[in-house]
Ligand binder design. Structure first.
Ligand code: 8X3
Length: 823
């Protein structure tokens, strides 16, 4: 192994030698973390149970009101937990890592799922036998026949269904909807309004509006009244929940003999009596208020890729400044509070029941996007002392949460870029970077006002959200375009699925004489896939409104309040609907088409039939051909030959969405963000003409195919730039993974080089970038001795997770990414 290690690798080496975990932070949060880190999560059934009990009582009532009643029932009945050392109250389940149940989504498969969850390969969960019985006897029976998942299974026409599901309703991993395992995605609440007015201020406004409704108006009766009643009840529910924490803390304090611990419980009690009901009086109360809201959102609905925590360094800054200036809090106190939140974030784990959901979110991914840096609403650099504290905390307190996102813009201060680079060098994959100078113009082009666009937050892997303006929370499609290529070659069929014609026969490929003919056939298949993703979305938008409501999310959104509409409604006037579809396998398809162009149509050394045979044989006995194909021009090398193909694919997809999004009333933007879908997607795709073997992962995001980027990381940036259609509006995130060897960024010289690399990325107006800074040997060692590498964090697809909690396939994929030796 190289003798230069990243900070993370050195820490793990020390841990291996001494048997003691090493943290730079030495506070209560560390004790908490050590209790739950790497613990197998348990299922907590209370959210599922209390929603079921309430829903049974409210059949026939308006859905948003039913949801609010269920939230109130939960707030009244659920077990309240407080933990020694945890400074922030508010968890929705048992101590340690836990997941909760959302039976309204996919409760039909819940009874079956809990039998397998403890043993499944990726992201297993334990369940207490008594809880499993409640699931089987009470929760599951109520929801069977009523879930969103079941309705979705029968919602698509036959040709769409063929691309989406197998006979048994499991995913085909071709045109993959993601709505069946998450009721919404990515959201950023207006946390500021809660901090400013308190929940009680909002409640007062709702109550006043309720008084003014016109009883003769059908709209007031049918829409406004239930909206307001639901909002008021939700306000009461969240305040009740906080107050129950206060009561418990007081009861602990009464029994406590140790004066420090007594003071600890009393502080929690006083804070929970005050926030989120009223405006916070301190930094601590501001954090506590935000956390109650954030956790209650989780109880409200399953947001795959979570509700973003927003720009925490902005909305918390006034409270931080006030307490530091008044001398009532030190920087270290603030850091300890933040780290208590990071532990709380890491203990709530998103539980996916279906195989598709699980395989898309390996490593218990649920993001927890916290955004720092960037410009303020006025376009001026927004970096402040709290920004630096977040970065420092990420270096001192290595943990998979929060998923820290650092915004970068033209005038980002040098100190900021330096500290960002130093934090990246720690090696756990944080922060990911998002480019203001790419994102803000695109948001403006989509209709945002400049102050809204400037104030975006990062959510999920790499997406952006504007509080009070985005109104689209629908999960959308992940599309396997390597499957489209295989179907082009095999007349609508795939080796995995035998004779069944799943796609279309795009023409007699064996007889084509030019690459242009072949490319047109592929693009026909590509369009066919996108068309079905749009059909899926058409149905999903309508169905979600019948199954889900979000009274909390809606009351924290200006447009929903103005229109009395729930966030799950298909259209909220004035909103900007940022939907998407995902191009998965971008590098794989570009490289395959480049190889076909070069060897089949230009050099004419290979025929399409030979390719078909080699693919069917998974290149067995055809190593020479495979080597030739692997050496074709490839994306990620700043090679115009390959990049021109990539730009064409991108353009065609963008043209489709520019034409057909409008009728859906949504921006269904093109994105290149894989999650971990490139692994299960690869498992249905036979060998590809770029020399990739059958069932191996596809390329991820806008990264090059594994090992295909041979010209260093700057060439990867340049290819990314060259394949983008800058003039098109309907585009969104392109996720880019770069793996660096610690030696190439070591010392101050290395930090300087990394800063310059980040500046080059910024100047090319690329959307996103994230780094793994580690030695490939470390990963290989961790595969061999997982017990010694339990704390090793790696960057995956817009999030970091513990390497040893990933499937072997995903581990191999990360190992196979090119380790760049120089920036
Ligand atoms: C991760 C991808 O689909 O949740 O950010 O937006 S998705």
């Amino acid at each position: 192994m190289s003798n230069i290690l990243s900070v993370q690798e050195s820490r793990i080496e020390n841990e291996r030698k001494t048997g003691e975990p090493v943290f730079l932070s030495r506070n209560r949060a560390v004790k908490l973390l050590l209790r739950s880190r790497n613990q197998k999560p348990v299922i907590d059934i209370e959210r599922g149970l209390f929603f079921t009990e309430s829903f049974r009582e409210t059949e026939g009532e308006p859905l948003n009101l039913r949801w609010a009643k269920a939230l109130y029932h939960y707030a009244e009945k659920a077990t309240v937990y407080l933990e020694e050392d945890q400074l922030l109250a508010g968890r929705a389940g048992k101590p340690g890592r836990y997941g909760v149940l959302y039976p309204e989504l996919d409760g039909d498969i819940l009874d079956e799922a809990i039998r397998h969850l403890p043993e499944r390969e990726t992201s297993p969960f334990d369940i207490d036998p008594a809880d499993a019985e409640i699931v089987e006897k009470i929760i599951s029976p109520y929801w069977k026949g009523k879930t969103f998942h079941e309705d979705l299974l029968t919602a698509f026409p036959a040709d769409t269904r063929r691309l989406t599901y197998n006979e048994d309703g499991t995913s085909r991993f071709i045109v993959n909807e993601t709505a069946s395992y998450r009721s919404s995605i990515q959201w950023v609440h207006d946390y500021e309004i809660v901090l400013k007015k308190g929940i009680s201020g909002l409640r007062k406004e709702f109550a006043e509006k309720l008084e003014t409704l016109d009883p003769d108006s059908a709209v007031d009766t049918m829409e406004k009244k239930p909206f307001l009643e639901a909002a008021i009840l939700t306000c009461d529910a969240i305040v009740l929940w906080a107050h129950r924490h206060a009561q418990l803390a007081r009861s602990y304090a009464e029994k406590e003999t140790d004066p420090d611990q007594k003071a600890f419980w009393l502080r929690i009690a006083e804070a929970s009596e005050h926030v989120p009901e009223f405006a916070p009086r301190s930094f601590y109360e501001a954090l506590q208020s935000q956390w109650y809201v954030q956790m209650f959102s989780r109880i409200e609905q399953k947001t795959g890729t979570v509700i973003s925590n927003g720009r925490m360094d902005q909305y918390l800054y006034p409270y931080y400044r006030q307490d530091i200036d008044a001398g009532v809090m030190t920087e270290e106190d603030a850091e300890e509070l933040l780290e208590s939140m990071w532990v709380a974030m890491s203990e709530y784990v998103d539980l996916y029941l279906s195989a598709a959901g699980g395989s898309f979110n390996e490593g218990y991914a649920h993001w927890e996007a916290v955004t720092v840096g960037g410009v303020d609403r006025d376009g001026v650099d927004a970096t402040n002392e709290l920004t630096y504290l977040f970065l420092r905390s990420k270096r001192n307190f290595p943990l998979n949460y929060p998923d820290l996102a650092a915004r970068v813009h033209t005038l980002s201060p040098r100190r900021y870029l330096w500290e960002v680079a130093e934090t990246i060098k720690e090696g756990s994959g944080f922060p990911k970077l998002i480019n203001d100078d790419e994102v803000i113009p695109l948001l403006l082009a989509k209709g945002a006002r400049i102050e809204e666009a400037n104030d975006y937050s990062v959510s999920g892997c790499s997406e952006v959200r504007m509080p009070n303006r985005d109104t689209y929370t629908s999960p959308c499609a992940y599309i396997n375009f390597a499957a489209a290529l295989e179907m082009t070659l095999f007349h609508g069929r795939m080796l995995k699925f035998g004779e069944e014609e799943i796609g279309i026969d795009a023409g007699p490929v064996e007889d084509f004489e030019t690459f242009e003919e072949f490319l047109e056939a592929y693009l026909k298949e590509q369009r066919y896939f996108i068309r079905h993703a749009f059909v899926q979305e058409y149905q999903i938008i309508r169905l979600r409104a019948q199954h889900f409501a979000s009274p909390l999310g809606s009351m924290l959104h200006e447009l929903c309040r103005a229109e009395y509409k729930d966030l799950h409604q298909p259209v909220i006037p004035g909103g900007i609907d940022l939907g998407y579809f995902e191009f998965i396998g971008y590098g794989t398809v570009i490289d395959s088409l480049a190889a076909i162009k070069k060897y089949v149509y230009e050099e004419k050394t290979v025929t399409i039939r030979e390719l078909q045979e080699a693919i069917a044989a998974n290149f067995e006995g055809r190593e020479q051909l495979r080597n030739l194909l692997k050496n074709a021009p490839a994306y990620g090398n700043n090679d115009p030959y390959a990049d021109a193909i990539g730009k064409r694919l991108d353009r065609e997809a963008l043209d489709f969405t520019a034409r057909y999004s409008k009728e859906l009333g949504v921006h269904l933007d093109l994105r290149l963000v894989p999650f971990t879908s490139h692994v299960p997607f690869g498992k249905v795709v036979a060998a590809t003409p770029n020399g990739r073997l059958a069932w191996m992962p596809l390329s991820d995001g806008s990264s090059a195919s594994q090992g295909a980027d041979r010209n260093g990381p700057t060439a990867v940036l340049l290819s990314n730039f060259a394949t983008k259609n800058q003039g098109c509006r309907d585009r969104a995130a392109r996720l880019l993974n770069v793996k660096l060897s610690p030696s190439c960024v070591s010392g101050d010289v290395g930090t300087e080089k990394l800063v310059q690399f980040i500046q080059a990325w910024h100047d090319l107006r690329l959307w996103h970038i994230q780094f793994n800074v580690l030695n490939t040997e470390t990963l290989i060692e961790a595969q061999r001795h997982p017990e010694q590498y339990r704390s090793l964090l790696v960057r995956i697809a817009g999030y970091s997770a513990y390497f040893t909690e990933l499937s072997k396939d995903l581990q191999d994929d990360i190992i196979a990414r090119t380790e760049q030796q120089a920036v």
